[in-house]
Design a protein around this ligand. Structure first.
Ligand code: COA
Length: 372
């Protein structure tokens, strides 16, 4: 069986940035408008006034300083509070396919191959732009790939789950070159009007090229082992779906956007991920001393510090566990791949590390790699 290798990665980063200061100004203006509209109910204690958000809280609670988004004007408009994307005809590339093509082009260039060499495209993301045809099939056509393509969604773990699928298919010999692409337009399903979470997300797209190791033409990472796990939880949930109309739920409802019980997520996901990584390492005969780097899911700085400490048995040095969330915020499944893409070139042959993502489901996926 051929070994699978990661031969290229690419990142599409939107050009627009929202700083915490801009975000908080917009949120507070929205809250003031809402409070004025509901002044009578607030005075009669029928509803509570919306308190202001604060930059200090955001940085202290999450480590996030700014985020990239595809459209900031809609998000920062206190009378709107979500992005404004122009409508596209069915003959134009969809938005997810367009940003996927950008990230894939960079990843293919690094791998030294072209779209025609690709025979599997997996579009793995926490929300897919439409029900069908699969966005992955559209991407397959845009990059000139053959073979087959499909969409999949395991929320924030979509990238590592996609890598496991692609690596397994390469090992089985059913595909020769695979692209796992994560177009995460989180701004579309985020609830920018909820103070508890309005700072969490940003937009991005990452792509990872996988090939049999003997086909790699340049520097690459061997995929030594992958492991995925899921356990049902309602603590991160989004109820938007195709049955919405049948349930007469077409109004502007809070539960049709991202919802989370942040404290419970924090408490329950940390032990799950730490144990998952410890078990994966033990089964591969790896100890902390064998690891040069951890590329973790980028949701919360304290969470990453906790997991890094559990895995390494000490506080990891900043270069052992690079964070990108201060600049990108949580980009769902793309976060660990941004970290890997930006902070892996300096590793030398024989260096090992783990890419790990986790989130809704609950779900956790880990990929042990070695620089070749
Ligand atoms: N500005 C100012 N104050 C705020 C605020 C904001 N934007 N949002 C909440 N607060 C207040 C709360 O009202 C609360 O006040 P109280 O103590 O008087 O009740 C206090 O800050 C603490 O709120 P809490 O929600 O408990 O904060 P937290 O420390 O748990 O941090 C998260 C919130 C979301 C950053 C944190 O729970 C987290 O990261 N969870 C995991 C998130 C995650 O990984 N999600 C995965 C998504 S895929």
């Amino acid at each position: 069986m051929p070994n699978a290798a990661i031969t290229g990665t690419g990142v599409f980063t939107p050009s627009e940035i929202i700083t915490n200061a801009e975000l908080v100004t917009a949120y507070n203006a929205y809250a003031d408008l809402w409070n004025a509209e509901h002044a009578d109910d607030i005075a009669a204690e029928k509803t509570a006034a919306k308190p202001h958000s604060s930059e200090d809280f955001i940085v202290a609670a999450s480590g996030i300083e700014r985020r990239y988004v595809i459209d900031k004007t809609g998000v920062l408009d206190p009378t709107r509070m979500y992005p404004h994307f122009r409508a596209r005809s069915d003959d134009e590339p969809s938005l997810m396919a367009e940003i996927a093509q950008d990230a894939i082009t960079k990843a293919l260039a690094q791998a030294g191959i072209t779209g025609t060499d690709v025979d599997l495209v997996i579009c793995a993301a926490s929300n897919i732009e439409r029900a069908y045809p699969a966005v992955a099939v559209e991407i397959q056509q845009l990059i000139g790939a053959g073979g087959f393509a499909f969409d999949m969604n395991v929320a924030c773990s979509s990238a590592t789950f996609g890598i496991q699928l692609a690596a397994d298919m390469i090992k089985a010999g059913s595909v020769r070159a695979a692209v796992v692409v994560n177009p995460e337009i989180t701004s579309g399903h985020h609830e920018w009007r909820d103070r508890d979470c309005h700072f969490i997300f940003g937009d991005v797209c990452t792509a990872t090229v996988l090939q049999p190791e003997d086909a790699a033409s340049g520097a690459h990472f061997k995929v030594l082992s992958t492991r995925c796990a899921t356990e049902f939880s309602n603590n991160i949930r989004n109820n938007a779906g195709f049955l919405r109309r049948t349930r007469d739920q077409m109004e502007d409802r809070r539960d049709m956007q991202f919802m989370q019980n942040g404290r419970r997520v924090f408490k329950e996901v940390l032990p799950m991920v730490s144990q998952h990584m410890a078990d994966h390492m033990a089964d591969e005969g790896l100890t902390a001393d064998d690891l040069k780097r951890l590329w973790l899911h980028q949701a919360n700085k304290t969470m990453n510090s906790y997991i890094g400490k559990k895995v390494m048995g000490r506080d990891p040095e900043p270069d052992e566990q690079p964070n990108i969330l201060q600049d990108y915020a949580n980009t769902s499944s793309a976060g660990s791949i941004i970290a890997f893409s930006k902070y892996s070139d300096d590793l030398v042959p024989g260096d090992k590390g783990i890419i790990c993502s986790f989130g809704a489901g609950y779900s956790v996926g880990s990929v042990v790699v070695e620089r070749a």
